[in-house]
Design a protein around this ligand. Sequence first.
Ligand SMILES: [Zn+2]
Length: 85
Amino acid sequence: MRHGGGEIRGGYITGAVAAKILLRQGHACAICGAVLEEGQTHFDHIVPVICGGRHTSGNMHALCIHCHHRMMLLFRDWFARRKKA
Ligand SMILES: [Zn+2]
């Protein structure tokens, strides 16, 4: 399947897309607003890929390590419960 003008390939974010997202967020974490330092920035999907989210900068946001970790735990928990149901 081919997507025209895809910004992100194979789930990996490019430097240009990362810069675009950081600029959009003013270099602040999307959840807690902490200043994102280089090397401490995690990029995450707003709508998870398994839920139909797309690999575009519009569906990505930058989080600090703490928020990303918390989101992963929340999501893992939610997904585990969803699978059982
Ligand atoms: Zn944060």
